[in-house]
Design a protein around this ligand. Structure first.
Ligand code: ATP
Length: 191
């Protein structure tokens, strides 16, 4: 089995994440993609930010009924600083006969050489950078392949800012995620 691994803060998960994960799975013939939220985020005072458990809950809602995308809470359970190399090692132990493909967004890819145990990463997984036709990739080595995926003009930062301003996020996150954000009062400025 071919397993994709796609990490991030997912604060919150949005249609950009889901679109690129599905596109990568189709292009790379992946059977599953683990969506792995990183553990704690630095607290940004003054706003109701999502806890790791809330980020995980939103991710679960976003992929209900989707057999391809697997919400994976191992980094949150592990706690502390999340290192991708630890996540890949765990997956390799759990699924020794499966092959792993680490999916990395173009922005995160720029830092790849500085990731913890960058050489070990390459031995554990194929590294595929997800990019867009208009994004120039820095020249660095630890990448097995780049894959052009559909551009979805959305970021979690933009979603949080829209909520703070009281603007709609319709169409930017799945409807169940929007309902969760509203009912938990996430990302709003404090009164
Ligand atoms: P933030 O705005 O808070 O930095 P983000 O929207 O970039 O968040 P992350 O959870 O940090 O989301 O991203 C996880 C991965 O998803 C990263 O590798 C990032 O490059 C990728 N990604 C995020 N948004 C998009 C998008 N719209 N299209 C393609 N890839 C994306």
């Amino acid at each position: 089995m071919q397993r994709g691994v796609f990490g991030g803060s997912f604060d919150p998960v949005h249609v950009g994440h889901l679109t690129v994960a599905r596109a990568a799975a189709a292009d790379l013939a992946l059977d599953l993609v683990h969506l792995v939220p990183a553990s704690d985020q630095p607290f940004k005072s003054g706003f109701h930010e999502a806890t790791p458990e809330q980020r995980m809950a939103m991710l679960r809602l976003a992929v209900i009924g989707d057999a391809l995308l697997v919400p994976d809470d191992r980094e949150i359970r592990r706690g502390g600083v999340s290192y991708t190399v630890d996540t890949l090692r765990e997956l390799k132990r759990e699924y020794p006969t499966d092959s792993l493909c680490l999916l990395v967004g173009a922005d995160a890819a720029a830092d790849l050489p500085t990731w913890c145990e960058a050489d070990a990463l390459r031995r554990l997984a194929r590294i595929v950078v997800l990019t867009r036709p208009d994004v120039a990739l820095p020249d660095h080595r630890p990448v097995d392949r780049t894959l052009v995926v559909p551009a979805v003009d959305v970021s979690a930062t933009e979603i949080r800012e829209r909520i703070r301003r009281g603007d709609s996020i319709e169409g930017l996150v799945p409807t169940d995620v929007a309902a969760y954000i509203a009912s938990h009062g996430l990302y709003r400025a404090r009164d």
